[in-house]
Write a protein that binds this ligand. Structure first.
Ligand code: ADE
Length: 239
């Protein structure tokens, strides 16, 4: 079954946007995944087609109405097996392991929030799982949804082609990626590290591992601690 994602948004014209070019775009065009962007406003019932209202209890901004959003979710008829996500800065952080889990499934229904928020009752009644892409606030969930979809799509079978299977890159082992180099051999007086042109594959692998560990330990002590610190190869800074 083809991986398929349904996005509920007030701005369907934002899609596919960046997902329509490059790796994801080629995969979309060749049918390796499917995207449906649905307009939440199509489920509005009053004559003004209103989708939002002022917050109960007062305060600034507008809140997405539960009845309109519930109708939009029901009309999307995404099927019972699909995860239902709501992009929101207060959600569970998006990680590579959540991405991998979503990429292995049938593909999520994704609700993009706007305004000050979404009526809590629809989050509960339609079992929406809130997901955040980071501790900052975007003006809506669309860009967050695109980030999530892009991260999933590149893991789908056939999408990456000859490129790394994903095993070697940042986060798959809880490590940041080692530095990369290509031609020319010298750039503004900086040579490529000699070991990388030695032809000794074992040494290259050891060097990359050590660099990845050193980078992770210094830049992301949280990731380093989460994987229990050093495993196997010593990093160069440990001598
Ligand atoms: N909507 C607004 N900010 C967001 C964030 N950081 N993550 C997910 N959705 C959002």
């Amino acid at each position: 079954m083809t991986w398929r994602t349904t996005v509920l948004t007030l701005f369907p014209e934002m899609f596919p946007g960046p997902l329509g070019v490059s790796l994801a775009g080629k995969a979309l065009a060749s049918g390796l995944w499917e995207l449906e962007a649905r307009d939440i406003r199509a489920s509005a019932t009053d004559k003004h087609r209103s989708v939002d209202d002022t917050p109960a209890g007062g305060g600034p901004g507008m809140v997405l109405r539960a009845d309109v959003l519930a109708a939009a979710i029901d009309a999307a008829d995404a099927g019972p097996d699909r995860p239902r996500l709501l992009m929101s800065p207060r959600g569970r952080p998006l990680t590579q392991s959540l991405v991998a889990e979503l990429a292995e499934g049938p593909g999520p229904l994704i609700v993009c929030g706007r305004f000050e928020g979404v009526d809590q009752r629809v989050i509960e009644a339609r079992n929406l799982q809130e997901v955040s892409i980071g501790d900052y606030v975007l003006s809506g969930g669309e860009i967050a949804a695109m980030a999530l979809i892009d991260a999933c799509v590149r893991l789908l079978p056939g999408v990456m082609g000859k490129q790394a299977s994903g095993e070697d890159e940042s986060f798959s082992e809880g490590l940041l990626e080692y530095p990369q180099y290509t031609r020319p051999p010298e750039f503004e007086g900086r040579p490529i590290p000699e070991i990388l042109i030695s032809g000794d594959h074992a040494k290259v692998a050891g060097w990359r591992r050590a660099e990845a560990e050193a980078l992770t330990r210094t830049r992301r002590p949280d990731l380093w601690a989460a994987r229990g610190g050093q495993k196997g190869t010593k990093s160069k800074t440990e001598g």
